[in-house]
Each structure stands twice: as structure tokens, then as C-alpha cells.
Design a protein around this ligand. Structure first.
Ligand SMILES: *Cc1c(COP(=O)(O)O)cnc(C)c1O
Length: 383
């Protein structure tokens, strides 16, 4: 790892697989997992994760947000189904056909345009009907008109109706009233379609919070996102159901150590002023890497197994930390920004809360400047 002294993230594929198998254990026979790897696998890197899932029969496919994310998976050789979860603009429909990507559909315009693009390409396009049961984001209403739409779509010759899904807005809350309502509404809609002679192969509604707390919502498939990465959808879900292992750790190394006398200001704006002599380390990672500036004067990092607080503002590429009580800290010492060092651990959740973001957002924010190192069975698999 000598080449990655400044800043790097390790992505533990064993932990990823541990989480994935943990999810599988909770599912009933016949429910498959759709691996949600949008936003480059929540910042972890979608391709190496998909490569792991590709071999597993209980993973029925991947879900991403954009056509570019889907194409990247296909071009990397992934053969499983790939579903685009959001609205896909018509300009991308030829690519759906070309790269065999399935898309959410929920308006007649979308269906007609997709059908036309598929006809032109000479290849069917797979669609999943998005049903809005309370998220008010995308989807058809689960009513008379919605059912008529599904029927029209099902009769389009160049579309392959592969699935139907809805998305929970509040499954991560302790109070599941709204989620039960959404599930009931979705099931009633699917039943109604079935009575009308339309059975759709793959019904799915659970996200991570649903998987943990609402086994009844695990239908033909579940869409597992955040828990794949060993992170919790919220504090309110059952943390005992699956033993999750965080997948990503973020590291740097101390670049400089100095002593500051009382009365010295640290970093832009002089927002921290020493009140006694302090030993201060400079850590060469910053918000230019996606490490939140909101952690200025608030965050902590781990150095030699101990917590060191951040002093002053986080800059684009560097920040300062208090190592007064860590005499072993020296230039080159490992700095753990997310992850474990000895008995101490800084979880993505902790930093998410401290920085006023949340764990999902924080993971996505770590950017391209931070190399990802993929570990499997203790060895570096790829970079
Ligand atoms: C992002 C997303 C998911 C995954 O959510 P998690 O909370 O990360 O499990 C599932 N379904 C849809 C439609 C999504 O947009």
C-alpha cells in the first residue's frame, strides 16, 4: 500500500459477501436479491461488487440509477439483469435495447417510446412497472387508471414486462404504519392485476429497512442497498437481525507534526486557538476527497488506536488533528478516518451524524481522488 500513503479507501469484499449472505439467510425460499449498486455502489465501486455478485444464483440482478451506470456494468461483462430504478429519458431508450438494460416505466409516453426504440433496435426492452404507493416520487397510482396503463403496456409487442415494484418512504422508522399501508396498497394492486389475467414475474418492494423489519414485504425479490455495505438504514431498525460488517474504511497518513504554543490559531479563519501547548498533526486529506468540511472542529480520527480531534477548519486537501496525547504519532503514522484501529472505531454513521449528512450521503461523497483498494481473504484483489 506504499503507493497509497496520502488517502485511500479499503473495500473489504469478504465483509460485503458476509452482509450479502446475511441478507439471504433472512429471506424465504424463492426470494432473490437485487443488489442496489447505484452511485457507483454507494461510493464503494460498483464493478468489483457486481463481479462478486455475478457468481451467486440468489442474486437475480442489479439496480442502478442511470443508464450510464447500467452500461458500465454491461461493458464490464455483467450478465445478470440490470434495472434502472428512476425515470429514464427517451434519448437513452436505444441504449436500453442495445445494452439489454431494463427500466422503470410508469407513463404511456414512456411505454410507447420504449416500444418504438425496441422495435427500431430489433430487440425487446425489459420494463418494471413503478407503482407510487406513498413515496410520491415516480410511479403509477395503484388505481383503475394505473391498472389500465399496465394492461396497455403489457400488450406492447416490443416490451417485456419483467416486474412491478414500489418503494417505501418510511420503512426505516420504528412506526411502520405508513409502510404497512404501502405494502397493503401494493399487494392489492398486484392482486387486482392478477385477477385481470396479468401476472407479472417479479414483484418487489423491500429496501434495506424492509428486509430488516418487514419480512412480509419480501416478495419475489428484495432491493438491498445500504445493508450490503454494512451500514444501517437508521437507528430505529432492528440491529440484531443481521450482523453487518462495514465494508469501507478510509485511511490517510500523517504528513507533518509540530508543536504549537498557546495562543496560536489553526487553519482558515483561525476558528481554533490553542489554549496551551499542543502537538498537532497535519493529515493530507480534505473536502476535495469528499471528507466533509462540516467536521471542522467537530470530527475525530484514529491515530495509533486513539481518538484525535480535528482542530480548525477542514481544508480542501488537508486538516489538523490534536496528537498531544498520542506521543507515538509521527510522520507516516496511519490515520483512520472511517473504520477500526485497535479497540476504537469510527463508523460511517457517526461521521454522517456529526457532519449533518447521513451515512448514505457520506459514502457517496468520497470521490475519485480516493483510490479504492479491494481486499479479499486479506489480499489486495484489485485497485
Ligand atoms: C436506493 C433504492 C433502494 C435501496 O435502498 P436502501 O435503503 O439503500 O436499501 C431500493 N429501491 C429503490 C427504488 C431505491 O431508489
Amino acid at each position: 500500500m506504499e503507493r497509497y500513503d496520502r488517502a485511500w479507501a479499503s473495500v473489504d469484499l469478504d465483509a460485503f459477501l458476509h452482509n450479502l449472505y446475511g441478507i439471504k439467510e433472512t429471506l424465504k425460499e424463492g426470494t432473490s436479491v437485487i443488489g442496489v449498486i447505484k452511485a457507483d455502489g454507494y461510493g464503494h465501486g460498483a464493478l468489483p461488487l457486481a463481479a462478486e455478485m455475478e457468481k451467486l444464483a440468489f442474486v437475480s440482478g442489479y439496480a442502478v440509477a442511470t443508464v450510464e451506470e447500467g452500461i458500465a456494468l454491461r461493458c464490464a461483462g455483467m450478465k445478470k439483469k440490470i434495472l434502472l430504478l428512476g425515470y429514464t429519458f427517451p434519448s437513452a431508450y436505444p441504449q436500453l435495447a442495445q445494452y439489454d438494460l431494463s427500466a422503470a416505466a410508469f407513463t404511456d409516453e414512456m411505454a410507447a417510446e420504449m416500444n418504438r426504440a425496441a422495435l427500431l433496435a430489433g430487440k425487446k426492452i425489459g420494463v418494471h412497472i413503478a407503482v407510487d404507493t406513498g413515496m410520491s416520487r415516480i410511479g403509477v397510482r395503484p388505481d383503475e387508471e394505473g391498472a389500465a396503463f399496465v394492461k396497455r403496456l403489457a400488450s406492447m409487442p416490443c416490451l417485456r414486462l419483467e416486474g412491478i415494484f414500489t418503494h417505501f418512504a418510511r420503512a426505516d422508522e420504528a412506526d411502520k404504519t405508513r409502510t404497512w399501508e404501502q405494502l397493503r396498497t401494493f399487494r392489492a394492486f398486484v392482486d387486482r392485476l392478477k385477477k385481470d389475467g396479468l401476472s407479472i414475474p417479479l414483484c418487489h418492494c423491500s429496501n434495506s429497512a424492509g428486509i430488516l423489519d418487514l419480512p412480509e414485504a419480501n416478495l419475489d425479490a428484495v432491493r438491498a442497498g445500504i445493508i450490503l455495505y454494512g451500514l444501517w438504514p437508521s437507528d430505529e431498525v432492528d440491529h440484531e437481525k443481521i450482523r453487518l460488517k462495514p465494508v469501507l474504511s478510509l485511511y490517510s497518513r500523517i504528513a507533518f507534526v509540530k508543536e504549537l504554543k498557546a495562543g496560536q490559531e489553526i487553519s482558515y479563519g483561525g476558528t481554533y486557538r490553542t489554549d496551551r501547548t499542543l502537538r498537532v498533526a497535519t493529515v493530507p486529506i480534505g473536502y476535495g476527497d469528499g471528507y466533509p468540511r462540516q467536521l471542522s472542529n467537530r470530527g475525530q480520527v484514529l491515530i495509533c488506536g486513539k481518538r484525535a480531534r480535528i482542530l480548525g477548519r477542514v481544508c480542501m486537501d488537508q486538516f489538523m488533528a490534536d496528537v498531544t496525547d498520542i506521543p507515538e504519532a509521527a510522520v507516516g503514522s496511519l490515520v483512520t478516518l472511517i473504520g477500526r484501529d485497535g479497540a476504537e472505531e469510527i463508523a460511517m454513521e457517526e461521521l454522517g451524524a456529526l457532519s449533518g449528512r447521513f451515512n448514505y450521503e457520506l459514502a457517496c461523497c468520497l470521490n475519485k481522488r480516493v483510490p479504492r483498494i479491494y481486499l479479499k481473504e486479506g489480499r489486495i484483489l484489485s485497485v
